[in-house]
Design a protein around this ligand. Structure first.
Ligand code: FCB
Length: 460
């Protein structure tokens, strides 16, 4: 694949709640996703992560599949309620033991582990006290992060703190489509601030345990397309949405500030949330910027039903895409827009030259392909998605973007949050009745890309 240096990290990504199952085994505590799934009407077909891919019991098999694919690194997440079932300081050793086994097995197979500490499965007991809207969650998270580094920092030197704090904030606490299903602007703004603070405080707590770590976080980012650039209102709306999604967390860790346009709109509310001294504490050394990229977002003229939202200081969520998004679309209804990935990577390099290591921590597409009579899964549109995005990433590298790693979302089909099991993102097919795994043709295509790049390495 053109553009990729020889030491490039080729990976796949997953997250704990989406694959592990064993939801109440070995002392694991309840998470907000267990509670959300058990609440009628929240998740498609009332599905849940109780069994998921049963990775908890099958991780050795899954690591062999990764080895077959030839990946050099694996991004997974640790379930906080497995290690601290109630989110306090009482440890569950069996939870630590599971990640110990997982990490050792990865290393024994030559695969570098990249854990994410928080990929959405908050201990329910913390949500009972307000969750991310409650400032105390910041300290609880920093303690948990430090304990994870104490346990695994001898073998794991690269870490991500939070996954997609935008989704945590705006889907979890404002429009309520994700756990904990809260719909409250004060809670959302508190979560926006507390997740940024949590990244900073956890990074410091982790470095206090070991100074040699490389720490980052994974943000969902997009390239916005504005339908009519000459429309002043639309341009302003686009800038607000860009601030809310692309700039809030980056600006926090780089400069200890938040975008001015949002500070102004939410001034009164944020005044009660951001305490004196907080802004300085937001700034923190961040070694890796993880970018989760799926598609561009299209902003069109607000529809009548959007107007009251905008007046309240809220903006239509990007996936509402009330602009006209060109096809083709994936099963999520997201448009396929590889050029936007190239532009996003170049924009990061241009706007934030301090960032020296970008990782695409997620990229992928939902398409429902099942095994044919011969057992083959010929997921041709996923192959096209994967290769076109890799080509875009390669072009961005050639033009100077400091991209060091790529993680395909996802290793295998899994529990896709509010969408349940119907949206299949895997390079590996999972039969959710038998839990049988089958490498799809996209997995084979990815493995060829990786092999070709390591052959280049071997030639030198
Ligand atoms: C991202 C999530 C990830 C997965 C993909 C499709 O927002 O981080 O867990 O569900 O979307």
């Amino acid at each position: 694949m053109k553009g990729f240096p020889e030491d490039f990290n080729w990976g796949v990504a997953t997250s704990s709640y989406q694959i592990e199952g064993a939801a109440f085994e070995d002392g694991r505590g309840e998470s907000i996703w267990d509670r959300f799934c058990a609440t009628p009407g929240k998740v498609a077909n009332s599905e849940d992560g109780l069994t998921a891919c049963d990775h908890y019991h099958r991780f050795e098999e899954d690591i062999q599949i990764m080895k077959q694919l030839g990946v050099t690194t694996y991004r997974f997440s640790m379930a906080w309620p497995r290690m601290f079932p109630k989110g306090d300081s009482v440890r569950e050793q069996r939870g630590f033991d599971f990640y110990d086994r997982l990490i050792n097995e990865l290393l024994a197979n030559g695969i570098k582990p990249l854990p994410t500490l928080y990929h959405w499965d908050l201990p329910q007991t913390l949500q009972d006290k307000g969750g991310w809207a409650n400032r105390a969650t910041v300290d609880a998270f920093a303690q948990y992060a430090a304990a994870a580094v104490e346990a695994f920092g001898d073998r794991v030197t690269e870490w991500l703190t939070l996954n997609e704090p935008w989704c945590v904030t705006w889907l979890g606490y404002m429009n309520g489509v994700h756990a904990p299903g809260v719909k409250n602007l004060d809670h959302a703004l508190a979560a926006a601030h507390h997740t940024a603070l949590a990244h900073a405080e956890a990074s410091r707590a982790m470095r206090a345990v070991r100074s040699d770590l490389r720490i980052g976080l994974a943000l969902n980012m997009t390239t916005y397309r504005i339908e009519d650039e000459s429309d002043k209102d639309l341009a302003e709306l686009g800038d607000l949405m860009d601030a809310q999604l692309n700039r809030w967390w980056i600006q926090a860790f780089l400069t200890g500030s938040y975008p001015e346009n949002l500070m102004k709109i939410h001034e009164a509310r944020l005044g009660n949330i951001i305490l004196p001294g907080d802004l300085e504490r937001l700034k923190v050394q961040t070694d890796i910027l993880g970018v989760n990229y799926y598609s561009d977002s299209f902003i069109g003229l607000p529809r009548a039903e959007d107007k009251p939202l905008i007046e309240e200081g809220l903006f239509p969520f990007p996936h509402r895409m009330n602009g006209s998004a060109p096809g083709p679309y994936t099963d999520m209804g997201w448009p396929v827009t590889p050029v936007g990935l190239e532009e996003l990577l170049l924009r990061i390099a241009r706007d934030w030259p301090e960032i020296e290591d970008i990782a695409i921590t997620e990229n992928g597409a939902a398409y429902d392909y099942q095994p044919d009579e011969s057992g083959e899964v010929n997921d041709i549109r996923r192959i096209e998605y994967l290769l076109s995005h890799l080509e875009a990433a390669g072009r961005a590298i050639e033009k100077g973007a400091p991209l060091k790693s790529y993680y395909a979302w996802s290793l295998m089909d899994n529990f896709e949050w509010a969408e349940g099991y119907n949206k299949r993102f895997g390079l590996v097919h999972v039969d959710f009745k038998t839990l049988k795994r089958t490498i799809k043709n996209s997995g084979k295509a990815y493995s060829e890309v990786i092999a070709a790049s390591s052959r280049a390495l071997a030639r030198n």
